[in-house]
Write a new protein. Structure first.
Ligand code: THU
Length: 149
């Protein structure tokens, strides 16, 4: 669903703001595509990160996976309940359209499985609206989730 910023809760606004803040600090000299992500844990803690690229391109890490690893690395028993994502092309004032890549979708799925709870996904658009999805199922239907089924 697409929401106006004014329709977000205060913690959701904080998540978006932190994601924007971290987006500005991304290390993306190769793509010049700056991404910030903020994760809200069940206990109210917020962890934010950005993409970190590498001269050997596949070694780079996306903002979402960096933020999730940092958050759950610190609080392994706290479910991530929301993740906010913001992106822009370096040098442009307007935001870019972004959605999590396949690896990040599979990573979000992993934490949904671990904690048996959906992770809400919030994406700030160039029009300053927010795309809100209730969980990773919206981004990754028919996902692989059981080795023994
Ligand atoms: N990237 C992210 O960090 N998150 C996304 O959702 C999309 C892509 C990064 C990876 C790479 O550093 C750059 O953006 C261009 O793909």
């Amino acid at each position: 669903m697409e929401l106006d910023l004014s329709e977000l809760s205060s913690v959701e606004n904080t998540l978006i703001e932190k994601a924007k803040e971290l987006m500005e600090k991304a290390y993306a000299p190769y793509s010049e595509f700056f991404v910030g992500a903020s994760v809200l844990l069940e206990n109210g803690e917020i962890f934010s990160a950005n993409n970190q690229e590498n001269v050997s391109f596949p070694v780079g890490v996306c903002a979402e996976r960096a933020a999730l690893a940092y958050a759950i690395g610190n609080f392994p028993d706290q479910a991530p309940v929301k993740i906010a994502i913001v992106a822009k092309k370096q040098g442009l004032d307007r935001l870019a359209n972004v959605t999590p890549c396949g690896s990040c979708r599979q990573t979000i799925n992993e934490y949904e499985l671990k904690f048996k709870k959906p992770v809400e996904i919030l994406i700030l658009t160039p029009e300053n609206t927010v795309l809100k999805a209730e969980g990773i199922e919206n981004f990754l239907p028919f996902r692989f989730k059981d080795l023994n089924d």
